[in-house]
Design a protein around this ligand. Structure first.
Ligand code: G3D
Length: 201
């Protein structure tokens, strides 16, 4: 009887956990996006002062609970020498958030190269992909349409996986909720990469 009750209790407390990778070139706004996400979705989370956020070197981790699921974020460094580490995380990822600095138009071709390299990995074939055109608060930045044009010939490699591109500002928070809500829904609906079961706390 005890075993049955404790088993049921454990089941009730379990949460589906999805791992979401946040990648993109250095300075794209990955850490700022992660901070903004934690601020919006975690009760009592005390946001870091944006001026204290430094570019991702190595790995930042964050988690939020949303719609009965847990999202674990891995924010990876985007410097050229760190990009070779991205694929070590692909097999474990349930979703990818790819961040582009729309204000630094000179680096958009470099960002596209890194994006295309990421798409070469078959480990991501069925994984939902959210592309964020970040820093939309900066005057003169590339629009979503400009970025769609610049990334146009990547569409064949994107294939039939769930994919969306959104305008965001990680700094002001514009578009962050909608992006995260889209991602959690896609992760939940993806039959090819089932969630990890974690005891909810
Ligand atoms: P990274 O983790 O991708 O390397 P960061 O990038 O999150 O460290 O952000 C790099 C710089 O871009 C930071 O400025 C940060 O404040 C800024 N930034 C990030 N997102 C936005 C945005 O949406 N709008 C604007 N205006 N700036 C943004 P500093 O000056 O600290 O280098």
């Amino acid at each position: 009887m005890y075993t049955l009750v404790s088993g049921l209790l454990r089941h009730a407390l379990q949460k589906d956990e999805f791992c979401v990778l946040i990648i993109g070139l250095d300075n794209a706004g990955k850490t700022t996006f992660l901070e903004q996400t934690k601020t919006k979705f975690s009760k009592n989370y005390k946001a870091m002062n944006p001026s204290k956020i430094t570019t991702t070197v190595g790995l930042n981790i964050g988690k939020i609970d949303i719609k009965g699921a847990r999202l674990m974020f891995w924010d990876l460094g985007g410097q050229e020498e760190l990009q070779s580490l991205w694929d070590k995380y692909y097999a474990e990822s349930h979703g990818i958030i790819y961040i582009i600095d729309s204000a630094d138009t000179t680096r958009i071709p470099e960002s596209k190269l890194a994006f295309d390299k990421m798409l070469e990995s078959s480990a991501l074939d069925t994984v939902p992909l959210l592309i964020l055109a970040n820093k939309q608060d900066i005057e003169g930045c590339a629009s979503v349409l400009d970025i769609k044009k610049a990334f146009h010939d990547s569409s064949t490699s994107i294939g039939s996986r769930d994919c969306m591109i959104r305008a965001v500002s990680a700094l002001t928070g514009r578009g962050v909720n909608e992006g995260i809500e889209w991602m959690v829904q896609c992760c939940k609906n993806n039959p090819y990469r089932p969630p990890r079961q974690k005891e909810g706390t």
